[in-house]
Write a protein that binds this ligand. Structure first.
Ligand code: GLU
Length: 488
């Protein structure tokens, strides 16, 4: 398929489309910022759409957290689940009927087909492909079925998915604003499931249908989606719709230049909030990821960014998320605050009424004078703790440092599975790990206490962790894991 000859000018409408599957990610803010800047510059609209069709991965509180985090950064959208708009609803789980209807249309046109293969058959096919060292993918078994016959089976209620009929040979060109023409061979692209057997759409179908219905003119998203774009181009063609312009932004990277990941770099926006970064500094920092203002200017507001924004200044190499750089920028922003404003941001951070009220239940029985308060709670107001002086204590009898490190990593994973970060759940997960390893709880609890608070005596461990919050606990326990894991 050749790329469209030219993209006709249409009103600028762009979107960010996060899936509510976890903590609010810096990558979402990064993409939201560029969408928002482009919309503002062109007098267009910026839409927030929640892509919550993957029911097994969606998490109840994630959507609200994503919106709160984007708002904390100062980002605003013109249309979205909370503010409404002409194309409501903006939550895909409320649009299911639309996707099913569009899948049906594609089947009618012969551009998609019913697939009755069950998990068992698909697994067997995969197995065989692996054994024969072939490319993994659906073998198109049901594509050969007689159309009337498969329509009858589907109508009779036989479980099925709907798959996209991808061309068997030839190539497709994705015209990307930043990369030029990127060619893909159809032979590398699977007959993608569009509608699952539970009637819910996959990302590809829902994303394209909504981008079209919401009149999205430019799809500005992260580079990792470019390999999905051929399927999207094919869907636009199959529906007979004009495709948006494609703009795939360079990825955010860990220091080692791998794609940013929470194992190597804090990725939750809430971490940066809790660690005491200013939203304006974080937003400014994200603007520098892959884009340059011009000259060697590094500090600027979103409004100034909008004034000079252009795609030409995006560089494609990928951008290392360098926390030292962010810290440097944050320092500039702090220096810019006058004394009253600095007091205000400290109050809004953890020193205001709501922050202190969370601490008082933990310390009331432990302080004799008010002046004991700060020494008793200092670890709530810092980021990193120094474990070197505690090295002798940070151990479990007869357990190697390596094993302890591994256990901490497992523990962090089990905390990830919890809904929220409440004391009861944390305690349960920690006790379960002790049981599984035959460790005395008092030993692991002490290691955790030292890791989280830096001291042997503290308010009750799990209540302390709950109040300290997921982000700072996770950060410290990761550091602790690295510290103990290095030892024999
Ligand atoms: N729901 C996808 C995400 O989680 C959206 C990707 C896109 O922008 O098309 O990032």
């Amino acid at each position: 398929m050749a790329p469209e000859a030219s993209v006709t000018a249409r009103p600028v409408r762009v979107r960010v489309a996060p899936s509510p599957t976890g903590d609010p990610h810096v990558g979402t803010a990064y993409i939201a910022l560029f969408n928002s800047a482009f919309a503002r510059q062109n007098g267009g609209a910026f839409v927030l759409r929640i892509e919550d069709t993957d029911r097994s991965r969606s998490r109840a509180d994630s959507e609200a957290q994503i919106m709160a985090a984007l708002r904390w950064l100062g980002l605003r959208w013109d249309e979205g689940p909370d503010v409404g708009g002409p194309h409501a609803p903006y939550r895909q789980s409320e649009r299911s009927a639309l996707y099913a209807e569009h899948a049906r249309l594609l089947v009618e046109r012969g551009r998609a087909y019913h697939c009755f293969c069950g998990e068992e058959r698909l697994a067997a096919v995969r197995q065989q492909q692996k054994a024969e060292k072939q490319r993994l993918g659906y073998d198109r078994h049901c594509r050969a079925l007689d159309r009337a016959e498969s329509a009858r089976r589907a109508a009779a209620g036989e479980p099925h998915t709907v798959r996209l009929a991808v061309p068997l040979d030839g190539t497709v060109v994705v015209r990307d604003r930043l990369r030029g023409d990127v060619e893909f061979a159809w032979s590398q692209i699977d007959d993608q499931v569009l509608l699952k057997s539970d009637g819910f759409p996959t990302y590809h179908l829902a994303n394209v249908v909504d981008d079209h219905l919401m009149e999205i003119s430019h799809v500005i998203r992260a580079e990792e989606w470019i390999s999905s774009t051929p399927k999207h181009v094919l869907l636009y063609d199959a529906f007979g719709w004009e495709a948006p312009e494609w703009i795939h932004m360079p990825l955010l990277l860990n220091q080692d230049r791998s794609k940013i990941s929470k194992r190597k770099n804090p990725v939750s926006i809430n971490f940066y909030r809790d660690a005491g970064f200013l939203p304006a500094a974080l937003l400014n920092f994200l603007a520098l990821m892959g884009w340059s203002f011009g000259g060697d200017r590094e500090k600027f507001t979103p409004e100034e960014m909008v004034e000079v924004f252009s795609w030409e200044k995006v560089s494609l190499g990928g951008s290392v998320f360098n926390i030292d750089k962010l810290r440097w920028l944050n320092e500039q922003y702090i220096h810019d605050l006058d004394h009253d404003a600095l007091a205000d941001v400290l109050l809004a951070w953890r020193l205001g009424q709501s922050g202190l009220r969370r601490l008082t239940p933990l310390v009331r029985e432990r302080i004799k004078t008010l002046s004991d308060f700060i020494p008793c709670t200092d670890f709530f107001f810092s980021l990193e703790l120094d474990y070197a002086p505690l090295a002798g204590e940070l151990a479990i009898p007869d357990v190697s440092g390596k094993d302890l490190g591994r256990a901490l990593s497992e523990l962090l994973d089990s905390y990830e599975q919890l809904d929220g970060f409440a004391a009861a759940g944390l305690e349960q997960a920690t006790r379960a790990l002790c049981d599984a390893r035959g460790w005395k709880t008092k030993h692991l609890f002490m290691v955790l206490r030292l890791g989280v608070t830096g001291r042997k005596a503290s308010p009750p461990l799990f209540d302390t962790m709950e109040v300290l919050g997921k982000e700072l606990c996770r950060f410290r326990l990761r550091r602790l894991m690295e510290f103990v894991g290095q030892r024999k």
